[in-house]
Design a protein around this ligand. Sequence first.
Ligand code: ADP
Length: 488
Amino acid sequence: MTTDIIAPPTVGQTKNLIAGQWIDAQSGETFDTYSPSTGRAIARVASGDSNDINQAVTAARKAFESGPWPKMSARDRGKLLFKLADLIEENAQELAALEVLNNGKPISEVLAADIPLMISTFRYYAGWADKVYGETIPVDAPGYFCYTRKEPVGVCGQIIPWNFPMLMLTWKWAPALASGCTMVLKPAEQTPLTALRLGELAVEAGIPKGVINIVNGFGETAGDALVKHPGVDKIAFTGEYKTAQIIMANAAPTLKRLTFELGGKSPNVVFADADLNKAVAGAMAGIFFNQGEVCCAGSRLFIEEEIHDEFVSRFSDAADARKVGDPFDTSTEQGAQVSKEQFDKVMSYIELGKQEANCVAGGESVGDKGWFVRPTIFTNVQNDMRIAQEEIFGPVVSVIPFKDTNEVIEQSNTTIYGLAAAVWTRDISKAFRLSESMRAGTVWVNCYNTFDAGAPFGGYKYSGQGRECGKDALNNYLETKTVWVNTN
Ligand code: ADP
């Protein structure tokens, strides 16, 4: 494989975007943001609090109530989304490098996964903009004409995590824009930079001022203020379920609409009749993609007993061979964990795993700078162990052997989560049986981590509420108005 080292980008925008202006926090405060691959601070970013959130919500409210956005034809709104997609495509290399700098993920993955999905998501919802309409209802009242209108829900507060900063922004912005909403985005404090660059591109695309506002800051201050603000109609949140519980309680007094995309402990089930090469590759991608910082990571790997030893041997060879290191190197397969805090959390779970189970690959950090962790595999895991039940959010997988189909269905559903699940088999009956029985928002059959702008994504149980992507996500951003007209 040829190896190129991409030059790290220089950091540009660090201010907040409010009402079309790039401005410092009212308090003048900033916070450091880091490069996970070196552990060094790379920029100081405006640190918004409740005053900045209030200013941004006021701007979004004004843009919603009286700006050009609500009056613009849906087709013209769609054109602006197409334009933003084009600008992302034109600036893909620069955006990807900035994401790598601030998040630590490998450049090859950003260019192969995050960026193409972002572009297709903006184009997908650009296409929806002028296809959102109501119905006429045949009411049982002579002379009455009854119809519905689909109207934007209003001002949306969007709170996103650090694992896919640009893609999570896209999943929030694109359907909200297509629906005619205005918004205030609060990026994760670990990864504030790419949202600001995308904000610049949104301004360049011609999205009117106040429609998109971005306030960086911490969850407990800026995020909290956004959730509680009476001028916000809806919160779309991606992050930990424990944060969602706080958000749900804090949003209750103002009865905000809420959608959540939360964590997971997804079962990845391999039957003895599966294509083993594909299943091993799928298990690798399932858990180690994006350093394991993936809400739908296949972190519980159920292997049918008769192939267990062979599977584990091939899987651990593949894990040992995985290239972990400089995310700017195009041949790197796994980059750095996002922060010292996450690195410490993952390493403490690895220590716990060594007490509870057998470590057959990895189990250690890499290098003496940055926050790198070797792909780690535990065997002899039981489903009720902490490493099999708690979300680690790192490159750590629990292998659990199973004997029969009923047992694996029961065990795979024994979790508080329900985001995703996968099954590997050549037996179509088993594939359908598991697809129906597994309580998860997405089931992959003989594949893992496939995504599409049109395919709904979200969780059962503690993994979420509502769906992102697809037609489903549009409904999160729409109210239905019923109009009765007496023609008598
Ligand atoms: P993690 O612990 O992995 O960082 P979180 O769920 O805490 O995941 O963070 C996801 C997003 O939620 C971030 O943007 C963070 O700032 C925000 N956040 C954290 N706490 C709160 C809160 N109490 N209210 C609103 N947003 C919050």
